[in-house]
Write a protein that binds this ligand. Structure first.
Ligand code: FE
Length: 295
């Protein structure tokens, strides 16, 4: 049975695994899926899927399934935690890709999460999630070192490995995870790429990876990080409000020379794509987006 790939987000449907959370049992061929089937990650329809090449021509690696365990849980903010999962030393993925994480696949506890570490950080795969009241969140929050999990990786086309001389990364909240992987990768590899990260949050305490981003900015002249807060406290001297055309013009004056990467809640990604396209006249071909439906 062939695997099929979503042409929009790169999600791979594996008939051997099915999609138990959508009521599709393992062993269901793609052709047998109902007409109303849609991508569990981005919501694209069945017609957006194409058969996955058996031996990818573009150098990308087919996704693999890995039975593994949690190594470490790292609190990032009061509501965000990173989960490090043991992985082979040479983990093959590109910065920006995502994985599927199953806690109890038979019960439908599977979610698609960006990989928040960089391929330069070896020996583990890290996902970073806001812990909400959802059943999956609560179950994930109860895991700890040694707990068994199953992951399928890598998936996704929202990647950066140094292809462009200048990039701008726009993100809000937990949408930072694939961008954190890209920035860490560029920093560790000492890429020549000029990076400007605009990162929107409500409050300072909600900013994930802040100390790390600030340290990378101080150590490397090619990385600029701009935080903007919508509910800043009285002591905040940085930018306030949302990411808009005015903020981009001021902080990224050479925006027309940059490749843009947008990741965050779908509404934010949609809104920012409109700002870039309509107000800043940036061709859509210069804008890469990732909008997960299932944070
Ligand atoms: Fe998709």
């Amino acid at each position: 049975m062939r695997k099929f790939e979503c042409s929009v987000c790169g999600f791979v449907y594996d008939p051997e695994q099915g999609l138990p959370e959508q009521g599709i049992p393992p062993g269901t061929p793609f052709e047998a899926l109902p007409a109303e089937f849609c991508c569990p990650v981005c919501g694209a329809g069945k017609s957006e899927f194409n058969p996955l090449a058996l031996s990818p021509q573009d150098g990308s690696e087919a996704s693999v399934q890995l039975q593994t365990t949690v190594l470490e849980v790292i609190p990032r903010t009061p509501s965000i935690k990173s989960f490090r999962l043991a992985a082979p030393d040479r983990v093959r993925f590109k910065p920006g890709q995502y994985l599927s994480l199953s806690l109890r696949p038979e019960a439908g506890f599977t979610r698609y999460l960006s990989i928040s570490n960089s391929p330069t950080e070896e020996g583990y795969l890290e996902v970073t999630k806001r812990i909400t009241q959802s059943a999956f969140s609560r179950m994930l929050d109860r895991t700890g070192p040694g707990c068994p999990v199953s992951v399928t990786y890598p998936m996704g086309k929202f990647t950066f490995e140094g292809e462009f001389a200048k990039i701008a990364l726009l993100s809000g909240g937990i949408g930072i995870t694939p961008l954190r992987s890209m920035v860490r990768y560029a920093f560790d590899k000492q890429l020549d790429t000029g990076i400007c990260l605009l990162y929107a949050n409500r409050t300072l305490e909600e900013v994930a990876f802040k100390a790390e981003f600030d340290a990378m900015q101080e150590a490397g002249s090619r990385i600029k990080v701009v935080h903007t807060l919508s509910r800043a406290g009285s002591g905040w001297t940085g930018r306030t409000g949302r990411i808009d055309a005015a903020l981009i013009r001021e902080e990224v004056p050479d925006y027309h020379e940059r490749r843009f990467y947008l990741c965050g809640p779908p509404l934010m990604v949609e809104g920012l794509t409109g700002v870039l396209r309509d107000e800043l006249r940036i061709p859509e071909a210069q804008i890469e987006t990732e909008g997960f439906t299932g944070y």
